[in-house]
Design a binder for this molecule. Structure first.
Ligand code: CO
Length: 296
């Protein structure tokens, strides 16, 4: 990681040198030369989940060629856990400070959050620290969370339904596991999501681990229509702890166990939304909108 940062700063140095010489590369708009992208996730220490985040990184680089892309993790718990294994990940503030130190003037920050909840608000506050005073960028913009308007919600519903395994029979339910939030307004996004979801598939439901609707709400809906089997799919960026343990785990309070107890056979799918190209496209469109805003 450290060597990657050093390498990218050398590249940036070369670009800056080219800009002042006669041999500057053609077709590179001036504004691109000092731009950077910072991707932000809660973070994960599961190797397969890290691979999903790498998928987002590759897609971002492809969509915005020539612009350096960095990662930051908001969870200090995950960062500490990774640091013990020698993997150093920055917090958003540290990543932004490094970009500032390297002379970047325009930074687009894109979070892989699903809803604009507590973590998104915290990130917004961190980004705002870099908008004024001596330690500020010329432009810094924060892209929206996944569910930030109706159109994104509709696309997210379609993207999630497209990820349901083709083996699913018409009489089998689909249950998406969202995180849920103590942020009261943002938690309502899941209720809205259910409304759009129901219009696409009457046996598709969303429940949350820490908010509303709850799994009990979902089970009671499933009972009304006598569902015998339900596909369980995470509606979170990665299939990390919540998906592996709270959703698909063996413990009696996992969603899989509670469904079994309710007479519904669970079929868990351990794939997060960072692995779902249709969902990643929504985040990248939000990032693109943030980049455009910086050009205004
Ligand atoms: Co959690």
């Amino acid at each position: 990681m450290v060597s990657r940062i050093v390498a990218s700063s050398i590249v940036v140095g070369m670009i800056a040198f080219n800009a002042s010489s006669e041999e500057k590369p053609k077709n590179t708009p001036h504004s691109l030369r000092k731009q950077a992208i910072l991707l932000v996730a809660f973070g994960t220490s599961h190797p397969d989940a890290i691979k999903a985040l790498d998928n987002v990184l590759e897609k971002t680089k492809k969509r915005f060629p020539g612009i350096p892309v960095r990662w930051a993790y908001t969870s200090s718990f995950i960062r500490k856990k990774l640091a013990k294994k020698g993997q150093m990940l920055d917090s958003p503030t540290l990543a932004l400070a490094k970009l500032l130190d390297e002379g970047f003037t325009q930074v687009a920050v894109q979070s892989l959050h699903t809803i604009p909840g507590i973590e998104f608000d915290d990130l917004k506050a961190e980004v705002e620290k870099f908008t004024q005073g001596p330690a500020s960028f010329k432009n810094i913009e924060l892209g929206s969370a996944l569910l930030s308007n109706y159109e994104n919600m509709r696309r997210a519903v379609e993207g999630m339904l497209a990820a349901v395994p083709s083996e699913r029979q018409k009489n089998e339910a689909i249950i998406f596991m969202g995180h849920g939030s103590e942020h009261h307004y943002a938690d309502l996004m899941y209720v809205a999501f259910q409304q759009v979801l129901s219009r696409h598939d009457s046996l598709a439901f969303i429940g949350t681990v820490e908010g509303h609707p709850t799994l009990d709400d979902v089970i009671s809906e499933c009972r009304k229509v006598s569902v015998g089997k339900a596909w369980l799919i995470p509606f979170m960026s990665v299939a990390g702890d919540h998906a592996k343990n709270d959703m698909a785990g063996e413990e009696p309070d996992s969603w899989a166990s509670q469904l079994k107890k309710a007479g519904i056979t669970p079929a868990p799918v351990l794939k997060g939304t960072a692995d779902n190209d249709k969902i990643v496209d929504i985040w990248l469109d939000n990032l693109s909108a943030a980049m455009k805003k910086m050009d205004e």
